[in-house]
Design a protein around this ligand. Structure first.
Ligand SMILES: NC(=O)c1ccc[n+]([C@@H]2O[C@H](COP(=O)([O-])OP(=O)(O)OC[C@H]3O[C@@H](n4cnc5c(N)ncnc54)[C@H](O)[C@@H]3O)[C@@H](O)[C@H]2O)c1
Length: 500
């Protein structure tokens, strides 16, 4: 392929940014444009130096000069245009959100899995340079173990670029159907970023208000990350009389991630409400500020590069369709939570858990928390709790080094540990110990194994006593200070292996 011919379908407000992305890339050209409004199509064709214009996207898909399409039409048209583009053998980058419901998203994911071309969802925030920089800061451990991510989105009634009434019209129809332009449409960027920085989301709770009868703000959204003690908060504000300095939409966002050793803040995304450095880091008892390029347009440039590199086979497309479906599910879960006034749980593949399953899961968690509390009350005084919590965790971390003989591990074993202690967040610390056949031992924290052979539930002090040799595991068990759930043979092997 000499030069990649791009076809732009939907030449409205945000198509300006798509064009900015592609025009920065060598060996890529705009081959054709399509807009159902002919005047718009003609204007964009001239502005962007395209060879042809269309008003029916199916004609554009028949054009052999078009290798790849960027789809920038209203959300309800995304499914048909994407399926037709795949059938026509075109690579495709589809604007977020991929569609408006889970069923049609699953259809798209299935079709993309068997398509011979690259399929991605354009999510410019994942390529916003400060977001990428902060992801590296977190990954390299500057803020320690992250436990909280907060986002403030502030939208103004004035400022920014002009938005044509036609671009509001379809968004108002979406609002009437329960998909607000702040929490659903714009929310996609925020949940993608939250997921990119700290991982998959397990459950959400949301309150969504309304301003001027059409804007889904003020709003407050909370979420928990899957399998660990880390939470997210997003606060939406709409300040009708305020002007936001911005070359793009009249809004801006601040994102802060806090961890056990520091915190890091992205000081702007869409606009320029806060002057100064775009990223600030507090770590090692000092502030450091970074002037990472933060023009919002750069996210689109990065996303266009990713699409082109994916077509050339040089990197993976982002968001992939399954990833985009997970983000869409967060969007839908937030709308559902605000509507029902309840927390909404997501399955690991992103689908919303049915109310019955969510209820059963919640009851299970409550039961576990109550059991941990009872065990704690029975076995531990508050004064020595902090010490024994620390000791129990340290001794568990040291288990790999106290194996009696690696040859004794004849089959893989997955041991879960639930340690109750007042010093632990939520009163309980979960750990996993994996024994691999052949002798390798690995300890993981803040989660139980997915399919454990044995789960040991104990107070931190009782477990610390067992590991430090003050008590045997049998007497601790017989005195009711330690509970075993699972295969008793695994417990016996464990005793032998670790000389408990
Ligand atoms: N990444 C971002 O930050 C960002 C920002 C705004 C919008 N968007 C997304 O981009 C898409 C478009 O939003 P917009 O604000 O540019 O809307 P817009 O209304 O300004 O533009 C949509 C254009 O598509 C045309 N169109 C509608 N149906 C069509 C069809 N079937 N075939 C061809 N053309 C058709 C319309 O005439 C219009 O010109 C949406 O998915 C939106 O969520 C993304």
């Amino acid at each position: 392929m000499d030069s990649i011919g791009i076809g732009i379908i939907g030449c409205g407000r945000i198509a300006d940014m798509a064009y900015e992305g592609y025009r920065a890339i060598p060996a890529v050209h705009i081959a054709a444009v399509c807009d159902s409004d002919e005047k718009t199509a003609l204007r964009r064709c001239a502005e962007w130096g395209a060879q042809r214009h269309y008003t029916d996207y199916r004609r554009l898909l028949e054009d052999p000069a078009v290798d790849a399409v960027e789809i920038l039409t209203p959300h309800t048209s995304h499914v048909d245009i994407s399926l037709d583009a795949m059938a026509a053998g075109k690579h495709l980058a589809l604007q977020k959100p991929m569609t408006i419901d889970r069923v049609s998203a699953e259809r798209l994911v299935r079709a993309a899995a068997s398509a011979a071309t690259v399929c991605k969802v354009t999510e410019n925030y994942l390529f916003h340079p400060p977001v990428r920089f902060v992801s590296r800061i977190i990954g390299e451990g500057y803020i320690g173990k992250p436990s909280s991510l907060s986002i403030k989105l502030i939208a103004g009634g004035k400022g920014g670029w002009p938005v044509p009434p036609s671009a509001w019209a379809w968004r108002l129809r979406e609002f009437a159907e329960g998909r607000g332009m702040q929490t659903f449409d714009h929310g996609h960027h925020l949940w993608s970023t939250a997921r990119f920085l700290l991982g998959p989301i397990e459950k959400v709770s949301a309150w969504i208000g309304t301003t001027a009868s059409v804007i889904d703000s003020p709003a407050a959204v909370m979420w928990k990350y899957r399998g660990r003690e880390a939470f997210g908060l997003c606060e939406y504000v709409y300040s009708q009389e305020m002007e936001i300095p911005s070359r793009y939409y009249a809004n801006d966002e601040w994102i802060q991630v806090s961890g056990s050793a520091g915190l890091v803040t992205i000081n702007r995304c869409t606009g320029n409400l806060l002057a100064g450095p775009s990223v600030s880091l507090y770590s090692g008892n000092e502030w450091r500020h970074f002037q990472i390029p933060s023009d919002w347009k750069l996210g689109f440039v990065g996303s266009a590069w990713n699409f082109v590199r994916a077509i050339r086979g040089e990197e993976k497309p982002r968001l992939s369709f399954p990833e985009a479906m997970e983000v869409l599910s967060i969007d839908l879960a937030i709308a559902r939570s605000a509507e029902t006034g309840r927390e909404v749980r997501l399955r690991p593949d992103g689908a919303i858990l049915s109310p019955l399953k969510a209820y059963v899961e919640k009851r299970g968690e409550l039961r576990e928390a109550r059991a941990a509390k009872r065990l704690l009350a029975k076995t531990e005084s508050l004064e020595n709790s902090e010490k024994s919590c620390l000791l129990a965790v340290q001794l568990t971390r040291g288990l790999p080094s106290r194996m009696s003989s690696p040859a004794l591990v004849r089959e893989d074993m997955r041991i879960g540990l639930e340690l109750a202690g007042a010093a632990f967040a939520g009163g309980v610390k979960r750990m996993s110990v994996f024994f691999m056949r052949g002798g390798e031992v690995r300890v993981e924290e803040d989660r139980l194994p997915a399919d454990p052979n044995l789960v040991i539930t104990s107070s931190a002090s009782a477990w610390a006593d067992v590991l430090s040799g003050k008590q045997t595991i049998e007497s601790t068990y017989l005195h009711g200070k330690l509970k075993l759930t699972g295969a008793i043979e695994t417990a016996l092997s464990l005793k032998k292996l670790l000389r408990l």
